[in-house]
Design a protein around this ligand. Sequence first.
Ligand code: AMP
Length: 183
Amino acid sequence: MRLVLLGAPGAGKGTQAQRLKEKFKIPHLSTGEMLRDARAKQSPLGIEADSYMQRGQLVPDQVVIGLMKERLSQPDCLHGYLLDGFPRTVAQAESLDKLLAETNKPLNAVLNLEVKEPELMTRLLARKREDDQEETIRARLKVYAEQTAPLIDFYKKKGVLRSVLGMGSMDEIFERLIQSLEN
Ligand code: AMP
């Protein structure tokens, strides 16, 4: 099963990713986590990424595309994976498409978690992450609307988009996701 989890910051991608990964026994690939790891190790990539992350901006496409290509080439991704936080721009989605077309392994579905902006703000303010300061949150939501939300149409046109309401209990949301995959 090759899945992408799409949604604004605070939509609950990380939480649902944990469950999906267990259900389908696939690796969970989060570019945000990979970048935070690189930053903690102070690798050149981590140091470069940090300045963008602190401002709530996207790390340049070439950097994350390179990171993801390398990760997807590893043997544990052979039988599927769950992408969380990637792609985040049309350029990233096109690169991913190209890569998947080369190996003839298209995405099974793109799961889109829908949550309204005031709720996102409340959730993000309640979280205690370094990039969850109010100003950074606003920047991240703006970046999402401008650069990532166009992916909803991108994947709708490809016929793989499954949109699900991301409000309610974690169990309810998970149930909706599973049902959307069965439809
Ligand atoms: P996340 O944990 O997915 O919310 O990502 C945290 C931060 O990492 C984002 O605000 C970006 O600065 C950076 N990041 C994560 N994924 C990507 C991506 N696919 N493209 C560009 N930047 C990313």
